[in-house]
Write a protein that binds this ligand. Structure first.
Ligand code: ADP
Ligand code: MG
Length: 234
């Protein structure tokens, strides 16, 4: 975890990130340029195929830019008190069709207490989205995905556990590095952006994994402390 936090500090080095972005966007652009040229002389099925490839590449650029937008606009954050239990539930529901298609069962385990956190709702939802998506993607043959929320005295804890491939020891340190991905269609930006968001919320994110058995991502956020000033006897 210390490793991850230090890593996210390093991200402030704009040069590294800029180089990565330039590289990641140049690849699909090069491909787009090539196929748009071929496209001019193509007809029928071949033309369709070229269009398809171009569409994939446009989508890729779009995905990269969408994920980077959070980093670009840190000041646009809007903090309010929300129940993280509900936010995680909304995201789990949004991803339920993707889960079903992948034979993944999502199980929510939440206690009766609200898990109040002063947070930017959309940013936290994006974190849950990234982490739950990763969990689904770690189980290509299906499996169980558990989302649990608990309130500890000063913290709210959200855990996302999958029964997937796991993360080999030597790869742990690379999590959250910009553009680090092991997926063919990955951007390698999800965890970097998530770590950044959690850090800005004064929280922590930890990874616990046993290769071949699964992974647990724990997100700890400071619980909202209600004002006690009014309750003091006069
Ligand atoms: P992406 O999902 O686009 O690859 P992320 O930043 O979300 O990028 O994740 C980076 C990498 O971390 C993934 O490619 C994968 O190798 C690893 N990873 C993240 N979450 C999990 C998980 N739950 N199980 C196994 N590997 C994971
Ligand atoms: Mg991801």
């Amino acid at each position: 975890t210390e490793e991850l936090l230090r890593k996210s500090e390093k991200l402030k080095m704009a040069g590294q990130l800029a180089a990565g972005i330039a590289h990641e966007i140049r690849n699909p652009l090069t491909s787009l340029k090539g196929f748009s040229k071929l496209q001019r002389h193509a007809t029928g099925e071949q033309a369709d195929r070229y269009y398809q490839i171009m569409e994939t590449e446009f989508t890729r650029i779009e995905m990269i830019l969408d994920e980077l937008l959070v980093l670009a606009k840190p000041n646009a954050a809007c903090y309010k008190v929300w129940d993280v239990k509900l936010l995680a539930g909304e995201v789990a529901e949004l991803l339920s069709s993707q889960a079903i298609l992948n034979n993944v069962i999502i199980q929510m385990e939440t206690g009766p207490d609200p898990c109040l956190v002063n947070c930017d709702k959309n940013q936290l939802k994006q974190v849950f989205m990234n982490v739950i998506k990763n969990a689904i993607e770690a189980m290509p043959g299906g499996g169980l995905l558990m989302v649990t929320t608990t309130v500890l005295r000063e913290h709210v804890l959200v855990k996302v556990t999958d029964s997937g491939a796991g993360i080999p020891m030597e790869k742990m340190a690379r999590l959250g590095e910009p553009f680090y991905t092991t997926k063919e269609k990955g951007t390698g930006l999800g965890l970097m952006v998530s770590l950044k968001i959690i850090e800005e919320h004064h929280g922590r994110m930890e990874f616990d994994s046993s290769p071949g058995r699964g992974t647990t991502v724990s997100i700890r956020l400071p619980a909202y402390q209600e004002e006690t000033a009014f309750q003091q006897p006069s």
